[in-house]
Design a protein around this ligand. Sequence first.
Ligand code: PEP
Ligand code: MN
Length: 360
Amino acid sequence: MENDTTLRTWLDALNLDHPLVIAGPCSAETEEQVLNIAHQLQDTDVSYYRAGIWKPRTRPGMFEGVGALGLKWLQKVKAETGLKTATEVANRAHVELALEHDIDLLWIGARSTVSPFIVQEIADALQGTDKIVLVKNPVNPDLSLWLGAIERLAAADIKKLGAIHRGFSTYEKTKYRNNPEWQLAIELQTKFPDLPLINDPSHITGKRNMIFDVSQTALDLNFDGLMIETHSDPDNAWSDASQQVTPSSLVQIMKDLKIRKETDTEANYNAKLNNLRAQIDMIDNQVIELLGKRMKVADGIGMLKKQKNVAVLQSKRWNEILGKMVLEGEEKGLSEEFILKLFKAIHQESINHQERIING
Ligand code: PEP
Ligand code: MN
């Protein structure tokens, strides 16, 4: 299904002059809440109204969703506002109930994408339907798991497919709730350039004040749409309270986002761009050249340590290097996060080189 332009047909058919917006509460709580939010999202850029009916909570004992009852509320939303409806499904029974209640778009949650059994069960239950199915990335940063889920659905003849980037779990705490591994989403885009790609800044950030920036980054990276959790009273939401925005904030976010064109044909722009790209290519070559040199020096250190039977890892020296590089990076406008990632990777490669020499 690589380079399959029909993958975009469902999105193109919406004929939007802005990114696709899927919005609504994390969870359906009450009929009144569901309808109230929906009415506030009517006549905005929102095309699909989302609400979680079955909630995958990390720990037991928290609100786990209202269940099938909520599907009736979503039907009411469609009848009263004309908004199309969307919910998460995690097994065959969910799919059957969602189909019975004429839900327009189903998504597979991050905790389900990790399980090929669950994804296959959902694909089998959906076989032969014409629903839109969006696959969230798995919780762990594993591109093949994400691809595999999409391929299982494609194999079940589901034509209206898309992917949602909602970020990835990390052991180390970062400023994000789920780290946006943008490179991974870009790799998915490279592999399936026609697969609509949606960003979920709500679950990436976990904080409503970061949603705008992540949404803008997503649009800058050619994402086709956004899924943003929206609640009329975010602070008192029954789940994910800190990341939901009000309907009026959502409208403001959509207004402030800069929507970039994919490209431009103007000659002057292209000439300048090509010039800058040539510079980047040259610098990238120099970076590789330098890294190669650095590893040759590491090999030399490995040989010395081997002669004296000294351990490869010298933590004190390494911490000094890291601290120095963070400061120097700062002066050059490079973030601490980037420098740490870069030098940890360089360090690991050095260790591998030295290990090979010492044990080889
Ligand atoms: C959700 O969208 O409400 C949800 C539970 O998301 P995720 O699967 O990304 O955690
Ligand atoms: Mn949520």
